[in-house]
Design a binder for this molecule. Structure first.
Ligand code: FAD
Length: 524
């Protein structure tokens, strides 16, 4: 990482002159660097170029403004709109991609935190425990306390529409995806006068010293370098799922075994690297969010993908042919992915009766908007789907269990014994091994037999940048880095290593609103 040391850090000269300030010499400019060269889909300059730009180039333009928001997902948009509503006159929103919304375009469910004080404390304590004491209870508590107001702001005042999913009872965005939320908020931000700039990447923070942020440097897709001098910078840059070097540095995932799926545009870890260039120091407590189990080669949302990967009614065996869990864990997003990841291989098994049952009656209820379409309804194209994918390396098909085991490379005797025991549970109505509900135990008896090797699917990361309950970025002792805020899945303190589903939307909304209000009340 390249640091241009500020003259203001020179102990002999603690106060930069006005001339220094205007020429940029008093600024510590630290670029988005450090492994970003591996960032698969970064559309803007490589990190090496960005580092050079940040350290050496003169800005083509300097803009004085009040608030600069980086990123146009729910975190960024809620910040920008709230800032104007609270009284800010000059608000700029930068988006490095050519479209708005980032990962938020793909969010489905909006899970609201608890609405009462007592419930908020109980849930905060629960989150702390469930995260192995990594989550910050005060962040959860504060978000919950603010929830009612924030929900009213998003759903009533700004008319972001939702509906309750059939069967799941969960709150989905209109159309099943967060794009409808983005499409609703973007015109409102523009109408309020937010200076919205697509194709413009924030590449470095402008720091007076490691504890004082005074703006940021951005580069447009056309190559123009702009310095924004501002009172408050709000980082809302999303995760780091395209940046393999950062994933290797901060997470424990095996990139060979995990399928990185979902929406990747813009998720390059830029915000993490910018925060690291301040007194915040190293990004902290990264969490890998996984949602859907996949079979390599076809989509989790396809009929076969949903039946093979996302139903509690299949039998799962590991590389040794042994059943290792109640397959209903598939209903718990990240936990089911972790359970699969921790084994060498996991095969999801069904027989012809199971296959026919899915074709005739559809999938079971699932939380996701994708699979909801396949729930409880015939899936006439299931056989055609299978014919299309049957030769893929992770799809196995055989007339006998012996042959299926051999094709999957598991010990046939152990596998057959596992199936026999499992069929016994189907008959007795009691899963004596892992306690699966009897209605989900479909016997594996009638050939031909199907096996699918499951892979964990990882859409993104959560966590990295430490904040306080005002959404201010803080150092390890929680000393504030003035002028610097963060929101959304970039921020840590919400989850442990395993994402427990549902915090992304409320966190992004909460942090954005909190940061905007704090800047307007304290810095303008
Ligand atoms: C398939 C899928 C399903 C999901 N389902 C759910 C769900 O059901 N419920 C839920 O709560 N969450 C869900 N999520 C997660 C959720 O969509 C997002 O993680 C969340 O909305 C993140 O919001 P954000 O504002 O933090 O970041 P994002 O919405 O990702 O926005 C970040 C933006 O910052 C931009 N950016 C990055 N770096 C820079 C830079 N240097 N300069 C300028 N711009 C930059 C990016 O291009 C991007 O547009 C899902 C995600 C996926 C992929």
């Amino acid at each position: 990482m390249l640091i241009k040391r500020s003259r203001s850090l020179d102990p002999k000269k603690t106060q930069p002159s006005r001339r220094d300030f205007l020429s940029g010499a008093a600024v510590t400019a630290v670029a988005v660097a450090g492994g970003g060269a591996l960032a698969g889909k970064a559309l803007m300059p490589t990190s090496a170029e960005a580092a050079e730009v940040a350290a050496n180039a003169k800005a083509d333009e300097t803009i004085e403004t009040q608030v600069v928001v980086v990123g146009s997902g729910l975190g960024g948009l809620s910040t920008a709109i709230t800032a104007v509503e609270e009284g800010a006159k000059k608000v700029v929103l930068l988006e490095k991609e050519s479209f708005y919304g980032g990962g938020t375009n793909f969010a489905e469910v909006f899970i609201a935190p608890p609405a009462t004080e007592a419930e908020a404390r109980r849930k905060a304590a629960e989150f702390m425990k469930a995260s192995n004491y990594v989550a910050d209870p005060m962040l959860h508590y504060t978000m919950a306390i603010d929830q009612q107001e924030n929900s009213g702001w998003l759903f009533d005042k700004h008319k972001v529409k939702t509906y309750v999913g059939e069967g799941s009872g969960l709150t989905f965005y209109e159309g099943g995806h967060g794009k409808s939320c983005i499409d609703t908020l973007v015109p409102q931000a523009k109408a309020l006068g937010v200076d919205m700039r697509l194709n413009t990447q924030a590449i470095s923070l402008l720091m007076k010293d490691p504890y004082t942020c005074i703006g940021l440097r951005a580069k447009t897709k056309a190559g123009k370098i702009i310095d924004f001098r501002t009172k408050g910078v709000v980082l809302a840059t999303g995760g780091m799922s395209t940046n393999k070097a950062l994933l290797a540095k901060y997470t424990s995932i095996d990139l060979e075994k995990v399928i990185i799926d979902g929406a990747q545009a813009g998720q390059d870890g830029d915000g993490h690297l910018m925060a690291e260039s301040t007194a915040h120091g190293r990004a902290t407590h990264l969490c890998v969010s996984s949602l859907f189990l996949n079979v390599k080669g076809f989509a989790f949302s396809s009929p076969l993908g949903a039946c093979a990967g996302m139903q509690p009614t299949n039998l799962w065996v590991n590389q040794d042919g042994i059943r290792f869990t109640d397959e209903s864990i598939v209903r718990q997003t990240t936990p089911c992915n972790k359970a699969v990841e921790i084994q060498g291989s996991v095969f999801s098994i069904m027989d012809q009766s199971g296959f026919d049952k899915y074709a005739a009656g559809g999938c079971q209820t699932h939380y996701t908007g994708f699979a909801d379409k396949l729930v409880g309804q015939p899936i006439p194209n299931l056989a055609a789907d299978f014919a299309k994918y049957k030769d893929l390396p992770d799809v196995f098909f055989a007339q006998t269990l012996q042959d299926l085991a051999e094709k999957m490379g598991v010990d046939a005797a152990t596998f057959k014994a596992t199936v026999e025991r499992y069929n016994g549970f189907a008959q007795s109505g009691t899963d004596a091994e892992w306690g699966k509900n009897a209605s989900n135990i479909w016997p594996i008896a009638k050939g031909p037999f199907y096996g699918f090797r499951l892979s964990s699917g990882m859409p993104n990361t959560n966590g990295g940048v430490r904040i306080n309950t005002n959404a201010q970025v803080v150092d390890p002792r929680h000393k504030v880095i003035s002028g610097l805020y963060a929101t959304g899945i970039l921020t840590s303190g919400w989850e442990g290593e395993t994402y427990l589903m549902g915090t992304c939307q409320p966190v992004a909304l909460w942090g954005g609103r909190k940061a905007a209000k704090h800047i307007v009340a304290n810095l303008l």
